[in-house]
Design a protein around this ligand. Structure first.
Ligand code: FAD
Length: 262
């Protein structure tokens, strides 16, 4: 393959933004397309272990991430009455990199998007690739807005139902429902929640993940019908929260978990 000068990154999630920034910082011209019309990222929070934090350090965004998130080095598994079963210490950190830092997914996204734009990535929202045509030294792509463009490389980061993966390997890795869904809600963090907590039940589990000094999310992973669909906005509910927490921006989101068929 000739020298790579121009890359198309498909998908503006954590993976796509990170890869796009890394390419651009090496002098490659990068176009990133994102199917959503805007970066109003759904999701509640993301825990990033030290290996991910080392990548953020290389991209120059680690200080922002650490300033926005909550660092910790352990998770605890409890029984349903919060009696400790096991405390597990994370060992990937070192003197410079914390073992783990979790933060609001929206905040992480804002940081990564700013880094991509600063590195010179051209971000186009509301766009997908209709057709990918393989060429001897790259690809030609027909976009959903009718335009066609050529690139030395296409990097697919378009998520669990990736159209790029479908193009490359067909349906071999199409995800199928695991039968579980994850319900999550941002709430104020009480001082005693200082690491990831799992309360293991029978057939489901609940828990908490710190996201900032004053914020964490609660989760409940439980069986859901494989074809269940929940409209996110209709699920927003602050009625059960304290007056203080009601003033905060609350989110309830569901994500139906899926696993690859292999
Ligand atoms: C409930 C839950 C909790 C999780 N918690 C953690 C955690 O704590 N820590 C952790 O590391 N991971 C966690 N994960 C996993 C993590 O979310 C994924 O690994 C991560 O989001 C994958 O990033 P990505 O950029 O590859 O894909 P995604 O984040 O899925 O981003 C894909 C992007 O591509 C866009 N897109 C899709 N199709 C197209 C198309 N055809 N054209 C253009 N754009 C397209 C989408 O709109 C999206 O913006 C969790 C997942 C779930 C469901």
């Amino acid at each position: 393959m000739e020298k790579i000068r121009r890359v198309l990154v498909v998908g503006g999630g954590v993976g796509g933004l990170t890869a796009a920034t890394a390419f651009a910082r090496r002098g490659v011209e990068v176009v990133l397309i994102e199917r959503r019309p805007a970066f109003d990222v759904p999701g509640v929070g993301l825990g990033q272990p030290a290996n991910a934090l080392r990548v953020y350090e290389a991209l120059g965004v680690l200080p922002d991430i650490l300033a926005s998130g909550f660092c910790y080095d352990h998770m605890c598994i409890f029984d349903p009455k919060r009696e400790l079963i096991v405390r597990h210490k994370f060992l990937l950190g070192d003197a410079n990199i914390p073992a783990f830092c979790a933060l609001s997914r929206r905040r992480l996204h804002d940081i990564l998007l700013a880094a991509a734009e600063k590195a010179g990535v051209e971000v186009r929202c509301g766009l997908t690739a209709n057709e990918i045509h393989e060429q001897p030294n790259g690809v030609t792509v027909d976009f959903s807005d009718g335009r066609t463009d050529s690139f030395d490389l296409l990097a697919g980061f378009d998520g669990i139902r990736s159209a790029t993966r479908l193009h490359l390997v067909g349906t071999a890795f199409v995800p199928r429902p695991s039968g579980y869904g994850a319900w999550r809600l941002q709430v104020p963090r009480p001082g005693y929640v200082r690491g990831m907590e799992f309360l293991q039940g029978i057939g489901s589990k609940a828990g908490a993940m710190p996201l900032a000094d004053d914020l964490m999310y609660l989760f409940h992973i439980r069986p859901e019908a494989p074809d269940a669909v929940f409209e996110g906005e209709g699920l927003r509910n602050t009625a059960a929260m304290s007056p203080t927490s009601r003033r905060r921006s609350m989110q309830i989101r569901t994500s139906s978990t899926a696993r690859s068929s292999r």
